[in-house]
Design a protein around this ligand. Structure first.
Ligand SMILES: [Zn+2]
Length: 61
């Protein structure tokens, strides 16, 4: 089970990005059940950035 938001800058590419992400999850990671949301703007930006694994964690205070 996998869930994610995919941000694309150009909505014209949404369908292709969704297809490629779905294919990559299956072929590269053996994930067969995924819920992917394609968006240009995240409506939960603050919460999303808190768990964005591509970002460097903030320095601990
Ligand atoms: Zn989002």
């Amino acid at each position: 089970m996998f869930s994610a938001h995919l941000r694309v800058s150009d909505a014209a590419h949404s369908a292709r990005v969704l297809q490629e992400a779905t294919d990559a999850l299956r072929t590269r990671f053996d994930v067969y059940f995924s819920t992917l949301q394609v968006e240009q703007e995240c409506l939960d930006e603050q919460a999303a950035s808190d768990i964005d694994i591509t970002r460097t964690p903030p320095a601990q205070g």
